[in-house]
Write a protein that binds this ligand. Sequence first.
Ligand code: GCB
Length: 598
Amino acid sequence: ALRGGLLEPQDSESREVKDLSGMWRFRVDHRGEGLARRWFAAPLPPPTQAMAVPSSYNELSDDLLVREHVGLVWYERECFVPVHWLTSRVVLYVGSASHHAVVWLNGHKVGEHEGGHLPFHLVLDPLLLAFGKANRLTLAVNNTLTQTTVPPGIVQTNAAGRRVQRLQMDFFNYAGIHRRVLLYTTPATYLEDISINTRLEGATAHLNVFVSTIGASSILITLQEAGGAVVARGRMPPDPRRGGRLSVSEPRLWWPRYMSAHPAYLYTVIVEVLGADGNVSDVYRLKFGIRTVSVRADSGFLINNVPFYFHGFGKHEDSAVRGRGLDLPLLVKDFSLLGWIHGNSVRTTHYPYSEDFLQLCDETGIVVVAEAPAVGLQAHNMIRETLVRHLETITEMVARDKNRASVVMWSVANEPDSEAAAAEIYFKHLATHTRSLDASRPITFATFKNAEKDVAVQHFDVIMLNRYHAWYTNTGQLDIIPTLLQRDLLTWRRTFGKPMLMSEYGAECIAGMHALPPIAFSEEFQSEYLAQYFEVFDQLRNFGMLVGEHVWNFADFMTSQGVTRALGNRKGVFTRDRQPKLAAYTLRQRYESLANST
Ligand code: GCB
């Protein structure tokens, strides 16, 4: 279980960070022998190869058996630890290792973590560290998904005797070290975690600040404007339950883009932790946007008490060569395209995205529905063992992302079998747990089931619907979309009376294929397909029933092989290398007019 917080490592007066990204030594454990042969006890036995960290390893080899490997791979590198770190806590941060990782330092196991999309921090025992010398860091990373992992999958043995991973999700099971690996320090008296809740009362914002610290005598909190001016300051005792309060009159609010001429305003919260001697021991800075979120059945989704309409995308962390590896140029490109197309929101389908992604959302006013990595749960997966892991991954997601202004809603799952009897109690647990961690944000999950039979939606605040009328059924019959969609949405509305977000709709298009009249897989078809949904969206939006629309998908992405997937899923309005299809222009026109009408 998570202990302490998941504060992102940072440099400050009291902290140092060393980036271990780069080339590591790497070996695929084809025979599953590494653990028994104690590959961690000495440098990895040859043959090893160079491997880029961060990246997925799957697309970096010419060998199909590497791409489709199921099981362990090994990463190893040396790192120097400065002598002056002797007086600090030294912590290893791994941003994401898919799916399960075990870590050794100089041959000694220092920890492990399960879950491929959230970071873990391991405090390194000073007795195991060689200060002023080289240390050997070894990670064994396992990509196996089973019936009780989150997300679930099944491993089978094929006719050639090879293990193959069957997935319950429509994206490639990229694996490896996907985000940064860092060493960082904190002083012995330090900030472990911080949470800030915002309340708006007239023209005043009240920030309730809760911190957890180790060894502190008191804590100083300062709120700074972007320009550096101090607007509020307070001292609080080191009691994590009591918290302190900062009040700001006439604050500059964090607004989504298009809702204000100056969106995405961020203050800086500076936390200073004082030790027993009364001196400042630790300093940590948090960029923080002041905003509130609420949901009302009649008026929809409110940000700062003003109705907000989502127009954006489901996405993936996915690109050629790098797979799911953190790719800063790609992030910059994607945000440029989001701007070009006038999008204002993203759901982090189907797992938590990198801190870098969320930071850009905070800074540019892109609103986020943050999703847990629970995709494709079937009835037989909804058992205690899965639930424990599922709750834990939600705990970690909320711990990491709770202070993000851009994150306005938690999604606990995508397309579970929410008509199964087991889903009722299973999803009730998820809802109760998520609310207990964060009462300030609405909760949801994406359903692809029917209003009459869904037993899970009742426990949530917003209904997210994934719909593919005239694609997976009645393929090509564009004319049936308005009728079926309207009937469908009105049934959900009548049954639950909750705000709805169209969280997925879309059709495949192989860029460069054309057909007039429009038929499936052509640019014209995808474009026309999206347009068929717009009229119904507008009707329901005007009644406050629909709070947004997210196209599936922002860009083409890799999936496992199958006869319905030609080198992956082609529902992107951009290609995998981020060039626009015809549908991107259609969507741009709509999103621009939505942006102008807010
Ligand atoms: C869905 C899933 C998404 C798939 C998409 C599709 O409903 O949530 O992961 O990629 O449909 O294209 O079928």
